[in-house]
Design a protein around this ligand. Structure first.
Ligand SMILES: NC(=O)c1ccc[n+]([C@@H]2O[C@H](COP(=O)([O-])OP(=O)(O)OC[C@H]3O[C@@H](n4cnc5c(N)ncnc54)[C@H](O)[C@@H]3O)[C@@H](O)[C@H]2O)c1
Length: 328
């Protein structure tokens, strides 16, 4: 089995590459290292089954050559992170729309099995219920944040259109907040940001009033779900939520991170407008309906939020102490 992982030097991608290589697959990675790092793949090199091509998925010739060698493709490359998207919406659009179109076109030419990573952001900022895949969504293309949602939705829409035209055995995976080792805080990811502040005894900046709730899935569970879905023919042509059902308010998350760090770091609420500018809206709740994932694959979460918090705190501590090793 030979597999192509786009964005495989990133946070989720590098863990997926490890899982696939551990399972015996040959893995090609294409990544432009814009937010990912070759260091993320150092540990997996011991299997001798992983090769990294530094390149851009918008390069259709390159992607065509790589897909030709692959039995299956996991498309994870893209611009991610609230802060990064807010800072460069045009680049976000190009990476997510043109990049996904390039990968899907190559897969469609050869009929290659493909999983496309999408996001819970496509559910928009207003929904308050448990989010099922067929729910009508209401994005606001004029809102700053929604360029990410719209760009990922465009990829979903093209993938499903190609499936309907019998060109592409594809599954769209809507990931809800994934956490774990190697997640960068640079692009607005909340758990590593909280963990870093907590171990330093610095204020934890909770955006808004902290009452918004999220469900955090450990990256090991997320990549297991991706691998299971790729091996499930019944998932072809479907959108599938992948997330956790363990819900926590962001203010409460901050309190739990401080407790895990064992410091007396204070918690400070910061208005969204101060962080991302006027007009930024944050969804009050993001909880996935997981019944489709469970029916298709029997998936059950193995890791808890407490595990993820402990891991993030250990990782932040390792960053403080250059001698300590970050956990995998
Ligand atoms: N982490 C989450 O909580 C989360 C939630 C929802 C969806 N997702 C989706 O999962 C995927 C992976 O996200 P992540 O958290 O690992 O982010 P990440 O930034 O760590 O990984 C993205 C990778 O893609 C690479 N990349 C970006 N543009 C590229 C291009 N044009 N060509 C080649 N490589 C490119 C980056 O260098 C990086 O290695 C993304 O598609 C994202 O939208 C992630």
């Amino acid at each position: 089995m030979r597999v192509l992982v786009t964005g495989g030097a990133g946070f989720v991608g590098s863990r997926l590459v490890e899982r696939l290589a551990e399972g015996g697959a040959l893995v090609d990675v294409v990544d432009d290292l814009s937010t990912g790092s070759a260091r993320n793949l150092e540990a997996v090199q011991r299997y001798g089954r992983v090769s990294l091509v530094r390149g851009d998925v918008r390069d259709r010739d390159l992607v065509g050559d790589l897909v030709r060698e692959a039995d299956a493709v996991f498309h994870l490359a893209g611009a991610v992170g609230v802060r990064r998207v807010a800072e460069d919406p045009v680049d976000t659009w190009s990476r997510n729309v043109e990049g996904t179109a390039s990968v899907l076109a190559a897969c469609a030419r050869l009929g290659t099995r493909c999983l496309v990573a999408s996001t819970s952001e496509v559910y928009g900022t207003r929904a308050t219920g448990v989010l099922a895949e067929d729910a009508a969504v209401a994005v606001e293309p004029t809102a700053r944040r929604d360029v990410y949602a719209v760009s990922k939705m465009a990829g979903e829409s093209l993938a499903l259109a190609m499936h309907r035209a019998s060109l592409l055995p594809v599954t769209v995976v809507r990931l809800f907040n994934v956490v774990g080792p190697r997640q960068s805080e640079r692009y607005g990811m909340v758990l590593p940001r909280f963990a870093r502040a907590a171990v330093r005894g610095e204020p934890l900046p909770v955006h808004g009033d902290g009452r918004q709730s999220r469900c955090f899935l450990h990256v090991d569970d997320a990549t297991r779900a991706l691998a299971l879905l790729a091996a499930t023919p019944a998932a072809e042509g479907l959108v599938v939520n992948v997330g956790s059902d363990e819900e926590v308010e962001v203010g409460e998350l901050a309190r739990r991170v401080v407790a895990a760090a064992g410091t007396d770091a204070p918690i400070r609420c910061v208005p969204f407008a101060d962080v991302y500018g006027e007009g930024f809206v944050d969804p009050p709740r993001r909880r996935p309906d997981l019944s489709r994932l469970v029916a298709l694959t029997g998936f059950a979460r193995a890791r808890s939020l407490a595990d993820a918090i402990a891991g993030a705190v250990a990782h932040a501590r390792a960053g403080l102490d250059p001698v300590a090793r970050a956990p995998r």
